[in-house]
Design a protein around this ligand. Structure first.
Ligand SMILES: Cc1cc2nc3c(=O)[nH]c(=O)nc-3n(C[C@H](O)[C@H](O)[C@H](O)COP(=O)(O)OP(=O)(O)OC[C@H]3O[C@@H](n4cnc5c(N)ncnc54)[C@H](O)[C@@H]3O)c2cc1C
Length: 387
């Protein structure tokens, strides 16, 4: 029986000092007004090149990031392994419109793939597709029936870059996941990722697409993609998340007068999330499943379904994942029960990772109950250690 309240397991790799720091960080994040004023202040300080590393790095950065470089993440990877939790290095630098920056991101992601291939504590690689193309072109290619020449050229470059990454990962036999972002970029990304699956998933699932189940059309899309994969004899890699950009999606749809792509309510998102997990696990012969969530119920649901369907807990096609610094009670308790668990470990230079950190702080403030849950668990563990 899974016990997510077992804080001894949840924080087994954390020292008393780590617990104190995590408690302090979550306490800070629990004040929405503080997050609200900290955001523009940090952005401003960064813009005028006021040194902020000394305050950010030992605090919020240390809580949510692995290090500034791949090599700096090594101790974090080793530490997570002590609790049987694997790592996925996530180069968390935001996308750019500059060709030079795009090429740099590509080289860095290739380096991560090489590094992962040589480290058996890193079972996956990942990238954000918007890092590899100009956003306008992705939008045009996703939303227009008659894209202009320049967008088509950009689309070809995007496809080439994604192909380089998938080809490299395939060469090592290491799975590669493509994150999902704003819906107005997603159609071209889905198209290219399906092409990559057709190329590289012939023997086993190597390329994974991401399905954001807060979109009301994703369950149908998943089934359609599955039918395509079956017809063309390749495996599907499916990563599931609820989706991180709900407010932005709704605002844009309202502003531009198109149908809101988001589910009508949270219950509908939760329902489709479970249905997607069920569908893929029932068809596990065709799939590899990656459950990216901080929701205890979704994690428990998949674990129970696996047991029910007699899928071995350590079956290499089934993975659970949480972000580094968050929901350790889910990660470490699942791992202790014998399931495959990997943490997304974001890394990159402090000033480039700031937008990621801001999002984490905002998400923890806005996702109902998340911060209070972390604080309650940390407090429980602190008391347990004192007695
Ligand atoms: C390993 C990992 C990888 C991730 N990769 C991606 C990625 O590639 N792309 C991406 O977008 N996000 C990604 N995320 C973020 C993920 O989408 C967020 O964690 C998620 O938004 C929080 O949902 P939850 O499943 O943890 O749990 P919960 O806290 O149960 O769900 C909160 C989520 O439910 C949805 N929701 C809330 N209210 C409503 C409502 N009124 N109507 C409809 N839906 C609602 C929203 O998606 C909201 O974020 C990733 C997360 C993890 C852990």
């Amino acid at each position: 029986m899974l016990d997510f309240k077992d804080t001894r397991t949840a924080f087994s790799i954390k020292s008393d000092r780590d617990i104190r720091r995590a408690f302090f960080m979550y306490k800070m994040i629990s004040y929405p007004w503080l997050v609200k004023i900290a955001n523009p202040m940090i952005r401003f300080a960064s813009a005028i090149r006021f040194p902020i590393n000394w305050i950010v790095k030992p605090t919020v950065y240390a809580q949510f990031c692995g290090g500034e470089t791949i090599e700096e993440c090594a101790p974090v990877i080793d530490k997570l392994k002590e609790g049987d939790v694997y790592s996925i290095l996530d180069y968390s630098v935001e996308g750019s419109e500059e060709e030079k920056v795009i090429e740099q991101a590509l080289e860095e992601t290739l380096r991560v793939i090489d590094y992962a291939a040589g480290n058996d504590h890193i079972p996956f690689t990942v990238f954000k597709p918007t890092a590899f193309a100009k956003s306008k072109a992705l939008e045009v290619l996703s939303t227009s029936e008659t894209p202009d020449e320049e967008s088509l050229r950009e689309g070809d470059k995007f496809r080439e870059r994604v192909n380089r990454l998938c080809e490299r990962a395939h060469g090592y036999g290491i799975p590669i996941m493509i994150d999902a972002e704003d819906s107005w970029y997603q159609e071209i990304i889905d198209t290219v990722v399906m092409e990559m699956m057709a190329l590289y998933n012939k023997e086993k699932p190597i390329v994974f697409n991401t399905y954001q189940m807060y979109r009301h059309d994703r369950l149908e899309r998943l089934k359609k993609d599955h039918a395509t994969a079956k017809k063309n004899h390749f495996f599907m890699g499916a990563k599931f998340v609820r989706g991180a950009y709900m407010e932005k999606e709704r605002e844009r749809a309202e502003e531009m007068g198109y149908e809101d792509p988001i589910q009508p309510d949270k219950a509908a998102t939760d329902r489709d999330y479970d249905l997607a997990l069920k569908y893929t696990l029932e068809n596990i012969g065709d799939f590899a499943v990656f459950n990216g969530t901080h929701n205890e119920e979704s994690s428990r649901y998949m674990a129970e379904l696996m047991d029910e369907l007699k899928i071995a807990r350590d079956d290499n096609r089934c993975w659970f994942s949480q972000l580094y610094g968050m929901s350790d009670h889910i990660s470490f308790n699942l791992a202790k029960a014998g399931f495959n668990v990997a943490k997304y470990v974001p890394y990159g230079p402090v000033k480039f990772v700031l937008p990621y950190l801001m999002r984490r702080a905002e998400e923890n403030t806005s996702v109902k109950g998340q911060t209070s849950r972390e604080l309650m668990l940390l407090k429980k563990e602190r008391n347990r250690r004192r007695n």
